[in-house]
Ligand binder design. Structure first.
Ligand SMILES: Nc1ncnc2c1ncn2[C@@H]1O[C@H](COP(=O)(O)OP(=O)(O)OP(=O)(O)O)[C@@H](O)[C@H]1O
Ligand SMILES: O=C(O)C1=C[C@@H](O)[C@@H](O)[C@H](O)C1
Ligand SMILES: [Mg+2]
Length: 202
């Protein structure tokens, strides 16, 4: 799937500007870390949807899962994705499971340029092993959980992505250097409509 730059694929409420770049991929692949640096490199605002949800709820994601279940978290995720994919000039780090709902995939591919950051299970496990805020990894065997989730999600990430980048075990700065040339040129913001319309003549 290509990142179209024609006006029909601009965010519906966008007043010009470039469609958001949305990073998708597994927990720990680096969406937050790479996303923040990508935004700085492109002069865009960075938004992390997990962080927006946490800030709005006033609790960590693990607590949202405890209180509302995964379904409650997913409803919040869809609402937040809907809001931010309508905005322009952003780099958006999505949650690892944001691609699971068909509705979310449609928003992502219709309104944004989707970048899939991928890594193998061993690398992912190394990166998240010490972090306790990932409720889906509260399992007897978290490494196996990553293997299973990756197998289930990989085709879904690929189906929605316009750009796929294997991060391998490369450091963050190198991942960013590899990513920048893969991004399609973003459309420039159209000039504001200032022309005075000529009066209609009979
Ligand atoms: N390319 C990289 N090389 C080494 N460490 C990395 C790399 N990318 C990210 N990390 C580290 O891996 C950990 C997870 O990264 P990050 O939080 O950015 O992942 P994420 O994709 O946002 O995960 P989640 O979906 O759970 O929010 C962090 O400690 C980060 O510093
Ligand atoms: O992979 C997932 O389903 C998740 C990843 C995180 O980013 C959070 O959105 C949450 O922990 C769920
Ligand atoms: Mg993150």
């Amino acid at each position: 799937m290509e990142c179209a730059t024609d006006s029909t694929r601009m965010p519906p409420e966008g007043q010009g500007g470039a469609r958001p770049i949305c990073l998708v991929g597994m927990m720990g692949v680096g969406k937050t870390t790479i996303g923040r640096q990508l935004a700085a490199a492109l002069g865009r605002e960075f938004v992390d949807l997990d962080h927006v949800i946490e800030a709005r709820c006033g609790v960590r994601i693990a607590t949202i899962f405890d209180i509302e279940g995964e379904a409650g978290f997913r409803r919040r995720e869809t609402a937040t994705l809907d809001e931010y994919t309508r905005r322009s000039d952003l780099v958006v780090a999505t949650g690892g499971g944001a691609v699971l709902a068909e509705e979310n995939r449609r928003m992502l591919s219709e309104r944004s340029c989707v970048v899939y950051l991928r890594a193998g299970a061993d690398e992912l496990y190394r990166r998240v092993a010490r972090d306790r805020n990932r409720p889906l990894l509260r399992a007897d065997d978290p490494r196996q959980r990553i293997v299973d989730l990756l197998a289930q999600r990989e085709p879904i990430y690929e189906s929605v992505a316009a750009v796929t980048l294997d991060t391998g075990d490369q450091p963050v700065a190198q991942v960013l250097r590899n990513l920048l040339p893969l991004l399609p040129a973003q459309p420039a913001a159209p000039a504001p409509l200032t022309a005075v319309q000529a009066p209609l003549t009979e």
